[in-house]
Design a protein around this ligand. Structure first.
Ligand code: ADP
Ligand code: ADP
Ligand code: MG
Length: 659
């Protein structure tokens, strides 16, 4: 077996490859750009080699630099991960010529599947079902319109060299076609340096289902069943699962057999993926073959028990597959959520910056579900603008799809990130939707379910109980800490503008019992929170939950899954006053010094009781390598200090309060 492998990639996939190499007793070399010098992958690898500045074109995409690093370290093989040089036949060929093993398929197979037009032709010859369309080259918009009328609208316009959801457009009319054809041609030339475009029928309300294949250098090819990746935004996958809720045994076997036939037709000898678009009627058509490890490969590993990176390494070394098709079976259900640095509340805008806080769910067996979290970053790391904005791939496995969905929802609750925008609340929303739970998927799911963008979900009755109980419990903890435990037993908890009457008592085990005026008792136990913590954990009637919490001037901002609310705990007479306040009453924040951004407290040079004059420094916050000095805006006496040196703080956290 190889004794040393070089990883020509970065981030989570580099970390994931290193883990398998370690298990196999293989040493690793990590190449890195200047932006990644302090990365987790560099820390984990046995050796690391700097290959250039941050932009990929000056580092991760330079074959010369990679080959040089191989020579310098004595590595015997290169794993390219995905993206970058992974589907570059020239790179694979160059390594072969230099006597270095490429941990991926042979260059001829990469080439054969490299563009969508030739791979579709090859697929048709191998007996694979393909989307009806026109395979010839089309030069002008007029020609495109003419051919479109023969095929019939709607039609997908595709760049032959396309990938990553780029170079794709749907046309519903001649006007769409004329315009879209020119646009895709221009985009393709720009993005891929290749302006060949073809047309195919747009499959209405389709699902994306793909087959994982695995081959060796001895002519064996097996498939490891399917993954469904229909939850997409702009043709990019967001949530994937295995198996697919759509398929029955016969369709699965037919798709598997076609994928294997195609792989055999090109002497495929590594891990690869044959992508299909499927109709709701289970008809299916070939889209493309990706000749590399796929981002969503972990869900296949979770249901088959096969480590695909290990298999790629073994087949690159020349080992024959140690199992046959009949040895493989599907065990349970797995779901993957891609956690991206993007702000779902702001139209999914990319949101780069420092991961001020990063709490990850516990991996492994959690009882009804199992968690796997493939992450390439640590708390304190920067998500850079130079690369893919993926922070982690969170996977949950369960014996049934229901267990996997429930497990994913829980694992997302236990994922806490701050410092940048992230899509965890959005992913949580999907897990809580009845349509997703029912498995009724489509590539238009996100467009259908969130037509006006994402604004969070409204709380269910169960979630209202979680919001009420969390707020009241935190209120009690704070009161106790302030040496001001109240003897009050009746409270009004306001969720945004809706009041809920609550009676509070404790049972013999000192557990909180909340009696809702609206009916019903809640028992809150195992409370795990103290002031300053951003996660509130407890069990509500025996069910564990986690909420993200932030103390604000007049209450708490609480997020549970996809629900966000301002929750206030008030005495009934105060609540009455609140009710009479004019709409949009803004809290008086003039006595507060709030953190202007997420960051770390460098120092708070004032103490309770101190007299402070206008212009005096009251806090210094560091964020994105810059220090921000906050000064008193008026004279006053410090009533409270909300954080101490070294604390991470979120935007709007109270740093200092004046009396
Ligand atoms: P597909 O569905 O076509 O396989 P993926 O979602 O797997 O697409 O990835 C989209 C494209 O972006 C692929 O070409 C993949 O190689 C690339 N890519 C995705 N994530 C990364 C990453 N972290 N680093 C580099 N390239 C990536
Ligand atoms: P890429 O190389 O960018 O991954 P694909 O050909 O795999 O391009 O298509 C990306 C996505 O676009 C698919 O997952 C599917 O959602 C959608 N798509 C592609 N072709 C069709 C089609 N003919 N009909 C309907 N949807 C399609
Ligand atoms: Mg694709």
């Amino acid at each position: 077996m190889f004794s040393k492998i070089l990883i020509a990639n970065r981030g989570e996939i580099a970390v994931r490859i290193i883990k398998t190499c370690r298990r196999m007793g293989i040493k690793t070399v990590q190449v890195y750009s200047e932006a990644d010098a302090g990365s987790l992958a560099v820390e984990m690898a046995d050796e690391a080699v700097l290959i250039g500045p941050a932009p990929a074109a000056q580092s991760y995409l330079l074959a010369d630099k990679i080959v040089e690093a191989v020579r310098q370290t004595g590595a015997q093989a290169v794993h390219p991960g995905f993206g970058f040089l992974s589907e570059n036949a020239g790179f694979a060929r160059r390594l072969r010529d230099e006597g270095i093993a490429f941990i991926g398929p042979n260059p001829e197979a990469i080439e054969a599947m490299g563009d969508k037009i030739s791979s579709k032709k090859l697929a048709a010859e191998a007996g694979v079902s393909t989307v009806p369309g026109h395979m010839g080259l089309i030069e002008t918009p007029e020609e495109a319109v003419k051919i479109a009328n023969q095929i019939g609208y709607p039609i997908m316009i595709k760049a032959s060299a396309g990938g990553g959801g780029k170079g794709i457009r749907v046309a519903h009319s001649d006007a769409d076609m004329a315009e879209g054809f020119a646009a895709v041609k221009a985009e393709a030339l720009n993005a891929f340096g290749d302006d060949r475009v073809f047309l195919e029928k747009f499959i209405i309300d389709p699902r994306h289902i793909e087959i994982q294949v695995l081959g060796d250098k001895h002519g064996h090819v097996v498939h490891l069943f399917e993954r469904e990746c229909s939850i997409q935004r702009r043709n990019q996958k967001v949530i994937e699962e295995a198996p697919s809720p759509l398929l029955d045994e016969a369709t699965r076997a037919a798709m598997g057999a076609q994928a294997v036939a195609l792989a055999q037709a090109v002497n495929y000898d590594s891990a690869g993926t044959v992508e299909f678009v499927a109709g709701q009627d289970k008809s299916f058509f070939f889209l493309e073959m990706n000749t590399r490890l796929q981002v969503e490969h972990p869900v296949t590993e979770l249901i088959t028990g096969v480590d695909l990176v290990e298999q790629m390494i073994r087949s690159a070394w020349g080992e024959a597959l140690a199992f046959e098709q009949k040895d493989l079976s599907i065990n349970g259900w797995a779901i993957e959520s891609r956690i991206y640095a993007e702000d779902p509340y702001r139209g999914f805008l990319p949101s780069i910056g420092r991961l001020v806080r990063y709490e990850q769910p516990e991996e492994g067996d959690q009882g009804d579900y199992t968690v796997r979290n493939d992450s390439g970053v640590r708390e304190g790391d920067e998500i850079s603008m130079f690369y893919d904005p993926m922070i982690a791939k969170l996977c949950a496995w369960g014996e049934t799809r229901k267990d996997a969905v429930t497990g994913m929802a829980r694992a997302l609750e236990d994922t806490h990130l701050s410092g940048l925008g992230h899509n965890v609340p959005f992913l949580a929303a999907v897990m809580d939707q009845e349509r997703f739970k029912s498995g009724n998927l489509s590539t238009s799911y996100i467009k259908d379910e969130f037509p006006d963008g994402f604004h969070g979900l409204r709380p269910t009755v169960e979630q209202e109980r979680i919001l009420i109980a969390s707020a009241l419990a935190m209120h009690e903890v704070i009161a106790e800490q302030d040496g001001d435990p109240s003897d009050r037993t009746d409270w009004i908890v306001m969720i945004d503008k809706t009041p809920h009457g609550v009676g509070l008592s404790y049972d013999e085990d000192e557990e909180m019992i909340l009696t809702l005026t609206g009916g019903g008792d809640i028992r809150l136990s195992d409370i795990d929170w103290r002031p300053g913590l951003a996660q509130f954990k407890a069990e509500l009637d025996g069910e564990a939950f986690t909420a993200e919490v932030k103390r604000v001037a007049d209450g708490f901002d609480i997020r549970h899954r996809a629900v966000r609310a301002r929750v206030r705990v008030l005495r009934p007479h105060v609540a009455e006053l609140y009710a009479r306040l004019p709409e949009k009453a803004v809290a008086d924040t003039s006595k507060l010094v709030l953190s202007p951004m997420p960051g770390l407290v460098v120092s708070i040079p004032v103490v309770v009781g101190q007299e402070v004059k206008t212009g005096e420094t009251v806090a210094i916050i560091e964020a994105m390598k810059m220090q921000n000095i906050l000064k008193a805006e008026r004279d006053g006496v410090v009533k409270a200090v909300g954080a101490k040196d070294g604390d991470p703080v979120a935007a709007d956290d109270v740093l200092v309060e004046f009396g």
